[in-house]
Structure formats: C-alpha cells, structure tokens
Design a protein around this ligand. Structure first.
Ligand SMILES: NC(=O)c1ccc[n+]([C@@H]2O[C@H](COP(=O)([O-])OP(=O)(O)OC[C@H]3O[C@@H](n4cnc5c(N)ncnc54)[C@H](O)[C@@H]3O)[C@@H](O)[C@H]2O)c1
Ligand SMILES: [Zn+2]
Length: 359
C-alpha cells in the first residue's frame, strides 16, 4: 500500500492507495470520528463494494443511504435526501460520512458533509478512475443546478481518501478510458517524465497490469496533491488543471451532456488547446500530434464531430465561467509538461483552432 500526503496549511490528510484496501478496517478506524457513521453510495456501486466496507467496519455500527446512479441525480433534492437521513439518525457534529462511489457520489456526499451542522467529517472511497485520480482529492464538492453544472458547492477537504484500485476491475472500459484523459492531463501540464512513462506503458495499462495501474494512479494523485497544496482555493496554479476543460465544457454543453463522458470532452479539448498553442507559436509543431497519439491509445476521441457548429461552440466557450475572467482565459501548452494561463488568443484564433480540429 502507498500513502500520499496532501499537505495543506490547516487540514492535510493522507490518501491511501492499494488493491483490496477497502477491507482494511485499521485504515478506516484511524480516520473515523467517535460519532455516528453514514455510508452514502449508489445502486450500482453498493451491491459491488458495500460488503467490503461492512466487513472493514466490523463491529462499528453504521447507516447506509443508497442514491440512484447518474449525473442527473446530482441535485438539491438528492442532497436534501442525505441531510434528511442524517437528521433522521440524529447525527451530531461528531458524525462521519463516507462516500463510496464515483465522482457523482463523492461530490454530492461531500457537499452534504460540508453543510450538515456547518461541516462534519468526510471520508472518500472513490471507485472510478476519474474519482481516484481527480475528484476525490482537493476538497471541491458540489451539486448541479438546472442552469449549470456544479453551480452550488463548497470547499470541504476529506479526512482521508481510501483508493482501492481493485474496484476498477468492474468499471466499464469506456469509464476507465475517460479517466485516462485526466491522467494524461497531469503529464501534459506539469510532468513530462510521467507523460513519457504513459507512452511507454499504455499497453500495460490497457491490460490492467496491477503495478502499472497503481503507479499511474499514484503519480496522478501526487500531481493533484502538489497542485492543491500550492493553491487550495484555486487562486492561481490550480487553474492549470482546467487544461482542455473550457473547450471540453463547451462540447458537453453543446451536446446536452449526452454524447461525451467528461473525460472524452476533455480529450478533444486538450487537443484543440494544443493546436491553438501551436498556431500561436507557444509550442513546437507536432505537440498536438504527440498528445493525440497517446489519447488514441485509450480510444479517446480527439476531433470535434463535424455535425457540431463551431459558432455555437464559440458561444458556449464564452459562457463558460472559466473563460470569462479576462477575455478568454485559456490554459495552453509551452511544451508537453508545461502549461500556462493565457488570455491573448483572439476570437478568430480560437475559432480557427476549433475548425482545424473538426472532422
Ligand atoms: N470535485 C472535483 O474536484 C471533481 C473533479 C472532476 C469531476 N468531478 C465530478 O465527478 C463527476 C464524474 O465522476 P465519475 O466520472 O466518477 O462519474 P460517476 O460517478 O457517474 O461514475 C461513472 C459510472 O460508473 C459507475 N461506477 C462507479 N464505480 C464503479 C465500479 N467500481 N464498477 C462499476 N461501475 C462503477 C457509476 O455508478 C456510474 O454509472 C461529475 O459530476 C464531475 O462534476 C468532480
Ligand atoms: Zn475534468
């Protein structure tokens, strides 16, 4: 088992990573408070992994709240259901809430933990690759509003994150590959050695070689932890994590969140941002090609589908909250392994990059 520390000024925490560690009772007991315990999961994950948590918690008494599956339930109503459950079990300030599932369960449970009695102890047990390498670390919690994704939320750091990489054995391949987009992102924005390692080990990862998968999760969490430690509330360097995301969000919005998984939209977004970086002379020709080749190893989409209107995408891009700050603020690349924040691209240059990546 590996331990990665997230070093924050006030409330740092360990991330544990290993195969089968959901069943390690000592890990859980170290981080649970003395009060009541609520496990929140969904109707896909609970039948698969609740038993492991149950055996880990052993004699400890706990309640379970199972929510339906899917991004569409990341709502105020579902959040309210968790709060109702906590009130019903007379949970007090010493309560611990465990999120067992992907990013949806983690985000909504984390937001309930952030709000209940102004904040109670929260433990993350992420079961998708995306949640393991990204969503579970860093303390962002949120629910959606009909007017937009993640519009209501809070920063609330977990007490610990327990990543059982064996849970990926049941994850659908398409979900795994979507998580790979965020893994590749860490290499692209700040870790050139990791990017090369991914190029060399793509086959092993695709074969789910346990050592390769664990190394990849570990290196991703280390990158996320370092960025979060530098910038807990996203005032600066944490923005680099949005590489590919402005274009990605525009693609998600333009396709009504039904065509692409988040990671798939981010994959196309990263390539588009790199094409823009090349045409702006910020990085060498061939960089987008190298990035595309690695994404393609994991069957990720690279190009904007031809049926989408570039004009509509440009409008969606301008509406995206991360692009509004000062003109169009985008994360671009200087090279594989070094991203920058940039607001100098003209509307025409941005549209041209999208056109060049359409088809
Ligand atoms: N808080 C953050 O910093 C942050 C960062 C990135 C994304 N997010 C959020 O995360 C969410 C996306 O997370 P996600 O990609 O994990 O999606 P998800 O939670 O919807 O999980 C994807 C699918 O896999 C299923 N699943 C989960 N674990 C499984 C397993 N081990 N075996 C089989 N099936 C399993 C889920 O039930 C779901 O159907 C979005 O709401 C996004 O906004 C948050
Ligand atoms: Zn993302």
């Amino acid at each position: 088992m590996k331990t990665i520390e997230v070093n924050l000024a006030a409330n740092g925490y360990p991330v544990y990573l290993g195969r089968g560690i959901l069943e390690e009772g000592s890990l859980w007991r170290k981080h649970l408070g003395g009060g009541k315990i609520l496990v929140v999961s969904n109707d896909i994950v609970a039948p698969l992994y609740l038993e492991a948590v149950r055996s880990a918690l052993g004699k400890l008494d706990f309640d379970v709240h199972v929510i339906p599956d899917g991004e569409q339930i990341k709502t105020a109503e579902t959040w309210c259901g968790i709060i109702d459950k906590l009130i019903g079990m007379q949970a007090r300030r010493d309560t611990s809430i465990i999120a067992l599932g992907g990013g949806v369960v983690g985000d909504i449970t984390g937001f309930a933990a952030a709000c209940y009695m102004r904040g109670v102890r929260f433990l993350q047990a992420p079961t998708t690759l995306l949640a393991q390498v990204d969503a579970s670390v860093g303390g962002k919690t949120a629910i959606n509003h009909v007017k937009g994704k993640n519009l209501i939320g809070a920063f609330h750091q977990p007490a610990t994150v327990i990543i059982d990489s064996a849970t990926l054995d049941t994850l659908p391949v398409r979900e795994f590959n979507a998580g790979m987009a965020e893994v590749i992102k860490y290499g692209a924005i700040r870790d050139p050695r990791f990017f090369s390692w991914l190029e060399d080990n793509a086959d092993a990862i695709n074969e789910r070689d346990a050592d390769a998968v664990d190394h990849m999760i570990c290196r991703s969490v280390q990158n996320k932890a370092e960025i979060v430690a530098l910038d807990e509330k996203e005032a600066g360097v944490r923005a680099l994590l949005n590489f590919g995301h402005s274009f990605g969000h525009a693609l998600e919005a333009e396709t009504a969140f039904s065509e692409f998984l988040h990671g798939e939209a981010v994959a196309i977004g990263m390539v588009t941002a790199t094409i823009l970086s090349e045409s702006r002379g910020l990085c060498a020709a061939g960089t987008a090609q190298r990035l595309s080749a690695l994404l393609d190893r994991f069957d990720l989409p690279i190009r904007i589908p031809p049926q989408l209107s570039i004009g509509n995408l440009a409008e969606a891009l301008e509406l995206d909250k991360k692009a509004l700050v000062s003109g169009l603020r985008l994360i671009l690349l200087n090279t594989i392994g070094k991203a920058i924040v940039d607001n100098q691209s003209t509307r025409n240059e941005i549209i041209d990059a999208m056109k060049r990546n359409a088809g």
